[in-house]
Ligand binder design. Sequence first.
Ligand code: GAR
Length: 206
Amino acid sequence: MCGVLQRGVSPPEIVVMASGNGSNFEAIVRATREGLLFARVKKLIVDRDCFAIERAKRLGIDWVRLEKPWQRSLTNLLRELQPSLVVLAGFMRVLPPEIVNEWRWKILNIHPSLLPAFPGVEAIRKAYEYGVKVTGITIHFVDEGVDTGPIIFQKALEVRNEWDLEELENHIHELEHRYYPRVIHAVLHGTWRIEGRRVILEEDIG
Ligand code: GAR
């Protein structure tokens, strides 16, 4: 599998999916407007009422809330939108295997720990309470499991003794907002290939 996309006149269209605060969604939209990420966020997809919708309204991005059954609604929506990438940004549901299969290598997820440590929900809190000295963020392709897909990028962060949980959360989110747009750009426009589970990305993300 190889991902080489030529930069054209119009930017590739991506969709972002969220369930909560939407800070990563906003960081991605801002990066497209600041020229750091050559893409257009065509739509925000949410599965519930959440603050991400407010951000979409403020940013002037189209948004849609999935109807029940959400899996069917999402299948139809993605077929209609035909995005170049589906970007999960705090979307707190496991995608059904049919969708993963249809969009394989086109769905990215961000997770606030160094996977495979602390998958699932509340990863920052779990890592903090476990007492890890190093944690970080992981950006990966989505497969059928929960936070198990091939890893594209990780960034480690040393946990200082004086930090409380909130400070650790802030540092993790800073990393997410800085690196997710760059990784999306690299996947859309860079050269990469898959060897087994290993994602070989030619670009140096930093
Ligand atoms: C982010 O920290 C993201 O890594 C995490 O949800 C948060 C969403 O924040 N995702 C997961 O835990 C996925 N397993 P946001 O809504 O402010 O972007």
